[in-house]
Every structure is written in structure tokens, then in C-alpha cells.
Ligand binder design. Structure first.
Ligand code: HEC
Length: 201
């Protein structure tokens, strides 16, 4: 038994010397850091994929395409079950909470209910990751206690956000500053959790 352990220890030492630990850091550093499975050691954010199946749906926005809208579509917002449990308990988002907003194309038709609008294919994903410990002070995609990321359907694994104070869709700061007092989140749109919010007591 002792021999076997010695063998493995030697093998691991060899592998790390050969740079294998570096390699796994790029891919799996999140679990290494213990912070978030969607964030690596440098603060790079990856896109959660199972949110429609395993996460909690917080609410939806419908932004009609009136020619002036900067983000027309059906906006569905999700958070992990444990983040929602934390919010319900403390009235604020816990460290590691991830919010995903998926923006889908608008489908419309006259249905037996009336002039119906519903979600088509997703075009854009916005992701926010709560960081209460200022873990990435040098990474400009982190600020206000969150990491900010944007993914588009034509390159769904590429995070387009290098700074949360960027241009256009990357001006996360400019568009979220009106709600900085509610942790930068448009909380009134989320009937699943809004009655638990504790910001104005
Ligand atoms: C054009 C203004 C605008 C920009 C730019 C913008 N947001 Fe938002 N965001 C909003 C508004 C308004 C809402 C809620 C209402 C809605 O979706 O229409 C929202 C909602 C969200 C939500 C759902 C949770 C919440 O805060 O209510 C996430 C996640 C999000 N944005 C992330 C981002 C990220 C990340 C960026 C930058 C990469 C960004 N947003 C840039 C305006 C913007």
C-alpha cells in the first residue's frame, strides 16, 4: 500500500513538473479556487449551460421592437437554486451567486388567447457573478461586487466583455448604475424573489 502511494506521489510530482497542473488550472481552476465553477483563477467567466433545466427562473422582461430599443426581445432571468435560497434568507445575493439573462428573438402570432408574443431562439446571454471579496481587482470585467460577461449566439463560448465599463452592450456599468442600490440588479422584475429583498430597511 505504502509503495503504491509513493508511486502516485512520484507520478503527480512528475506530471506537475511537466506543466500538467498549469494546464488543468486553465480548464478547472474554478473548482480549484472553490469560488465558482464558472470563474477561473484569473476571473475569466464562462457561460452556464444548464440554467433552463436546473436553475430557478426569476422572471421575464418583454422589450418590444419599436425601432428605438437597444435590447428588444424576450429576456428571461435565472439564478442557481442555492443563490435563490441565500437571497430568500438574507435579502441579498450570496457570494458566488450567478444571474443569467437570456435574450431571445420575439415570436408573435394571433392565438386563441390574443395577440401573443413568445421567446424564439436565444441571441445573447448576459451573466453576472457575485463576488463579495473583491477577488479580481486587476480584471476590469469585475466591479461593483460582480463579474460581468456577455456571450453571443454566433460564438457562444466566447466572453465578449473585457471591461464592465465598455461600449454598447458592454456598457454594463452605464445601464446598471440606476439600480446600484439594489446590488446593481433590476430586482423589481423578479417576482420569484423580490418580496425577500432587503435593501431599503
Ligand atoms: C442598454 C442597457 C444595458 C446594458 C448595456 C447592459 N444591461 Fe444588463 N440589464 C439592463 C436592464 C434594463 C435590465 C433589466 C430589464 C431588461 O432586461 O430589459 C438588465 C438586466 C440584466 C441582468 C439580469 C439581472 C438584473 O440585473 O436585473 C443581467 C445578468 C445583466 N443585465 C447583465 C449585464 C451585463 C453582464 C452587461 C454588460 C456586458 C449588461 N447587463 C449590459 C440594461 C443593460
Amino acid at each position: 500500500m505504502r509503495l503504491i502511494i509513493a508511486f502516485f506521489t512520484a507520478a503527480i510530482a512528475l506530471l506537475s513538473a511537466a506543466g500538467y497542473s498549469q494546464q488543468s488550472r486553465a480548464g478547472e481552476s474554478a473548482s480549484e479556487s472553490g469560488f465558482s465553477p464558472y470563474v477561473d483563477a484569473q476571473g475569466n467567466i464562462s457561460r452556464p449551460q444548464d440554467f433552463r433545466t436546473n436553475w430557478v427562473h426569476l422572471g421575464s422582461w418583454f422589450v418590444s421592437d419599436d425601432g428605438e430599443a437597444s435590447g428588444p426581445g424576450v429576456h428571461d432571468v435565472y439564478a442557481q437554486p442555492e443563490a435563490v435560497a441565500g437571497f430568500k434568507k438574507n435579502g441579498q445575493w450570496p457570494d458566488g451567486a450567478v444571474l443569467v439573462k437570456a435574450i431571445s428573438a420575439i415570436q408573435a402570432d394571433k392565438l386563441p388567447t390574443g395577440n401573443a408574443h413568445w421567446a424564439g431562439d436565444i441571441g445573447v446571454w448576459f451573466v453576472m457573478v457575485r463576488d463579495r471579496e473583491n477577488r479580481f481587482p486587476d480584471n476590469k470585467a469585475w466591479g461593483g461586487g460582480w463579474g460581468w460577461a456577455l456571450f453571443k449566439a454566433d460564438a457562444p463560448s466566447k466572453n465578449m466583455t473585457t471591461t464592465w465599463k465598455g461600449e454598447g452592450l458592454n456598457n454594463c456599468y452605464g445601464c446598471h448604475v440606476p439600480v446600484r442600490d439594489t446590488e446593481w440588479v433590476y430586482i423589481e422584475g423578479y417576482p420569484t424573489v423580490r418580496e425577500y429583498a432587503r435593501y431599503h430597511e
